[in-house]
Write a protein that binds this ligand. Structure first.
Ligand SMILES: [Mg+2]
Length: 399
């Protein structure tokens, strides 16, 4: 990382000669960059030392299972690991577990045992054992009710009612890398990079930041068994996107949460902070969303455009409800992002269109031409809970 950063700084001088490139895109202060590393103990560890332990011959029947769950913020995850003596074949074979909900904003101290119920299993790319797994869980209070931030339970309930409609989801997850002063990674500590323009899908050391983490995260997700569709650099420097899906029913939302866990976990190795905040920088900088692509079997069949238009008609009548479901603060986060500019619609008014990126719901040009396919709901915030988003869409369009 340190070498890369130094390299980036040296090359920044060279690239500033290019006529179209703004002259000071990224941080040009070596002191600013080294203070980032000094404040990031995880990046300072010598990672080569782990090689000793990675070469140990492990018993494949003794596995580590890392349970992952959403905490009381509704946007962050927690995890803890236990050893199992048999590889589970399904989530039902993974033992339930509990944790201290008073330490995750989910319970009061007097009665804080909160239950983890395993729901989906993934291979674990961060552990050494070939059978080690990640277990995505949902959470329950001592009285058996789902925790307030357990939206998976409600989505499963809706799915059970309409599963013969075979809903598919695909989600475009945008996010931003930060350093330890909470500025986007690689930005000057005082001042700004050159204006947006060269960074989206950019290539080159003066256009993108931290591709190492993006690449490591992609292979980690594919190894894990996530339906990982791709990545691209985004419009604001240090902002990136990846996509999951299209996947049937619950899988897309399960995959998205595990992919977020892996992004935080991989970036932890590099000592870099990941934020899913929908508007990390005020001013002329794009926010971050989680555009949600959705279809049913009827929409994907010949003549499906009619079904897509019916769904849009239903969505248009429930703008307020959907905005409340599309970020973890009931619409407050999206107020900063959905401003009717910078490729967003206004939070106050539902709109739709073909091939238009300034609307609430877009029908892609290819879908309009084919007369079938899917719609894209552009409103969900990057820090949304995909269970809440997918559930709102299913409830409005399918029930
Ligand atoms: Mg994008």
């Amino acid at each position: 990382m340190a070498l890369r950063v130094v390299g980036l700084l040296i090359r920044q001088e060279v690239s500033s000669l290019a006529s179209k490139a703004p002259s000071r895109m990224f941080s040009s202060s070596p002191r600013a960059m080294s203070s980032v590393l000094a404040n990031s103990p995880n990046a300072d560890f010598n990672k080569k030392l782990m090689d000793r332990y990675s070469r140990l011959k492990l018993n494949p029947n003794v596995i580590q299972a890392t349970y992952v769950w959403i905490d009381g913020t509704g946007e962050n995850v927690r995890s803890k690991t236990r050893t199992l003596l048999k590889k589970p074949e399904s989530p039902a074979e993974v033992p339930k577990w509990s944790y201290d909900g008073s330490s995750t904003y989910q319970a009061l101290g007097g009665n804080s045992d909160t239950t983890l119920v395993p729901r989906a299993i993934y291979r674990d790319p961060t552990k050494f054992g070939e059978n080690d797994i990640i277990v995505m869980c949902d959470t329950y209070k001592p009285d058996g009710d789902p925790c307030d931030t357990n939206h998976r339970c409600a989505m499963q309930h809706t799915m059970d009612k309409i599963k013969d409609q075979e809903p598919w989801f695909g989600i475009e997850q945008e996010y931003t890398f930060l350093d330890f002063d909470n500025r986007p990674l690689g930005w000057p500590a005082h001042g700004f990079p050159g204006p947006q323009g060269p960074y989206y899908c950019g290539v080159g050391a003066d256009r993108v930041i931290a591709r190492d983490i993006v690449e490591a995260h992609a292979v980690a997700c594919i190894y894990a068994g996530i339906d990982f569709a791709g990545t691209n650099a985004e419009v604001m420097p240090a902002q990136w996107e990846y996509q999951v899906g299209p996947s049937l029913g619950m899988k897309c939302a399960d995959d998205l949460w595990v992919s977020r866990y892996l992004l935080w976990r991989v970036a932890e190795d590099y000592g870099v902070v990941v934020t899913f905040d929908p508007k990390p920088m005020d001013g002329p900088w794009n926010g971050a969303g989680a555009h949600t692509n959705f279809s049913t079997r009827a929409m994907r069949e010949d003549g499906g455009l009619k079904e897509i238009e019916k769904a849009i008609e239903r969505l248009s009548k429930k703008q307020d409800h959907h905005i409340r479901c599309y970020d973890p603060h009931g619409g407050k986060d999206n107020e900063r992002r959905l401003i009717g500019r910078l490729e967003t619609s206004s939070i106050k008014k539902f709109s739709w269109g073909v091939a238009d990126r300034g609307v609430s719901v877009r029908i892609p040009r290819g879908v309009a031409d084919a007369g079938k396919g899917y719609l894209e709901d552009r409103r969900p915030s990057s820090n949304c809970d995909p269970y809440a988003v997918c559930n709102a869409i299913l409830d409005t369009c399918c029930v």
